[in-house]
Design a protein. Structure first.
Length: 397
């Protein structure tokens, strides 16, 4: 994990295991589960309130400010790895002391930095051997559009107050967005009917979100838009995302992150845009252990015809492996035989490379279930395969 973050230029930072309680209250937000219920807080000998860090972003921002790391122009990229503490009901995949690895990129508002953060996290998990990861993404807007939305939301929650749990009735008054964190079945039913934040986004936030999605498409990272994803921390602005490993069930989140353009200012610094991710290491280990034996089975099958096509197939395979496990058929058989093997191996997508494709410097990307197919130029083959896979995965669930 460290090596992967190194390769993207994220330098290591180590922050202390505890901080002033105020940092998390201000940074993470009073209405959040973390601050309201999950912090290990104690007084030191002088009566100062300290808290074992429940997350890594606010401490990194505090250290960035104190050490004047913003003096260097450009984006400051930092990685951390260490224990976090949350007073939570211990259960499989949820511990009171757990480890997180994370990356923070401080100093730019461009959507490509959001894309880089998602890319580094996906590459890191991919290099560990995890496949079939599901990225969920949403935009929670900037404080301006969120204020508009919170008024709409608060009004909708008044009408449905009878169906809400006690905590959510309180949240409706104090921090309505946090209702989306609730797991209670009756609140979940209400959440399904609530107005969506994306309908209140301003033009700039909409454009930012569209640019992030376009950047993910260009990298061939498949994702699902989840308009109800808010994440349990107040500091997020615009992009919020989570990466899940669906076979893990209830605790399937391997990590998440997003943009936090207001956090540096909330911690006493100058307005500074930033974006980051964190991933739970124990959760990643559980995912690795639970991978079915078929995890190595190819989802993408490249079927080349002829010597030149086989050479090009190896080139395309490098891109495609960033999307899903990919096998190149090097049996030198007719197309029909190659496609039969693809089928037997359980592949979802076939990438066909014949003479016509070579002439066009393109490949035919075929969904083996629906038969739907498109021709994509070589640099766009991975993105096309990712889109088809996302579409078939969507139908399967
Ligand atoms: P969060 O920022 O709360 O979404 O946490 C990021 C990731 O850390 C989660 O997706 C989990 O993988 C992991 N995580 C959070 N809380 C715990 C916990 N109590 N025990 C183990 N892992 C956790």
């Amino acid at each position: 994990m460290r090596g992967c973050l190194d390769a993207y230029g994220y330098a290591e930072i180590r922050t202390p295991m505890f901080e002033d309680t105020e940092l998390f209250v201000r940074g993470v937000g009073t209405g959040t589960d973390i601050v309201a219920k999950e912090m290990y807080t104690f007084n030191d000998r002088k009566g100062r309130s300290l808290t074992l860090r429940p997350e890594g972003t606010a401490p990194v921002v505090r250290a960035w400010l104190e050490n004047n790391l913003g003096a260097e122009p450009g984006v400051c990229r930092l990685q951390y790895l260490g224990p976090m503490f949350r007073y939570d009901r211990p259960q499989a995949g949820r511990y009171r002391e757990f480890f997180q690895v994370g990356g923070e990129a401080i100093g730019s508002a461009v959507p490509e930095l959001d894309v880089e953060i998602i890319d580094v996290m996906m590459t890191m998990l991919g290099e560990l051997g995890l496949r079939d990861l599901a990225v969920e993404i949403n935009s929670v807007g900037h404080p301006g559009c969120r204020a508009v939305y919170e008024r709409t939301l608060a009004a909708a929650l008044v009408v449905t107050a009878d169906e809400l749990c006690d905590t959510c009735r309180e949240r409706a008054r104090t921090n309505p967005l946090r209702v989306f964190d609730c797991k209670s079945p009756s609140c979940r039913r209400v959440i399904e009917r609530l107005p969506l934040l994306r309908d209140s986004l301003c033009a700039d936030c909409k454009a930012h979100h569209a640019a992030v999605l376009a950047g993910l498409d260009a990298l061939g990272i498949s994702y699902r838009e989840n308009p109800r994803l808010v994440r349990g921390l107040d500091y997020y602005t615009r992009t919020a995302f989570e990466v899940h490993y669906p076979p893990l069930g209830a605790q399937s989140a391997l990590g998440g992150g997003g943009r936090y353009d207001g956090l540096v200012e909330a911690c006493g610094g100058p307005p500074t845009p930033a974006v980051g991710f964190s991933s739970g290491i124990e959760r990643v280990l559980v995912a690795l252990e639970s991978q079915p034996a078929t995890a190595g089975a190819p989802r993408i099958w490249i079927a080349p015809l002829g010597d030149a096509a086989r050479r090009q197939a190896l080139v395309l395979a490098r891109d495609l492996r960033r999307v899903a496990t990919t096998e190149v058929d090097l049996s030198s058989r007719a197309l029909k035989a190659q496609l039969r093997s693809a089928d037997r191996a359980g592949a979802r997508i076939a990438v066909l490379l014949g003479d016509a494709e070579l002439d066009a410097r393109a490949a035919t990307v075929r969904d083996l279930r629906s038969g739907e197919q498109i021709q994509a130029p070589w640099p766009e083959v991975a993105a096309a395969a990712a889109r088809l896979l996302a579409a078939t995965d969507g139908k399967a669930t």
